[in-house]
Design a protein around this ligand. Sequence first.
Ligand code: GLN
Length: 237
Amino acid sequence: MSSNDSIKIVWVYPDLLSTYGDQGNCIVLERRAALRGIRTRTVHVRSDETVPVDGDIYLLGGGEDRPQILAARRLHGDGGLHRARDFGAVIFAVCAGYQLLGTEFGGEEGQPVQGLGLLDIRSSRGQQRAVGEIVGDVDQALNVPRITGFENHQGVTHLGPGVKPLARVVHGIGNGDGHEGAYQGHVIGTYMHGPALVRNPGLADLLLRWAVKHDLPPIAESWSERLREERLRVVLG
Ligand code: GLN
């Protein structure tokens, strides 16, 4: 299959935000694009490099508290992610990456740290660490089936009026208010590792649809859908 579409994927700060295997999200986007004849080019941008503004999809992963603070400072100083968002780019961020897109998050001592303000959310440190499987029903407007992932975070996240929850929690903790993740325009944040796009092909296809700005044909490859169904069975019985 061939297509005229071509997308640039930007993997942001692998040296700071790649602790939990979230780079798998890049690989799945590349694969699901290739199966539709969409060309992809992926660039890894380290924290001492400039964030390019011509990307179509930006991915941020999870990380520990200190690298998260450093990443927030550097991304703030860089400004590239804000400009890319203004140009209409898709941003998909996991856990530490999700929290730092908000206006504020809790540092390693619980101190408030300034975020990027790309999502109208505010995170702080909760009493207990949320560790385990998470399942959620996605906001209907996004047309993505029930999502599954693995969460591992101390933060609780409060959603402001500018965002919508990504999903309603069926199992697990998520933001801590019965919801999981948030989205605002084409910026999505989630607590789901796993990695999220490996375990949720529908979510991967949503990002690709947004990036190429049209619907995508279904693909025959079914292992990731089988994995999603298996995780739902294991967690929900
Ligand atoms: N440090 C953040 C927290 O514990 C994010 C952790 C992560 O990315 N898994 O809430």
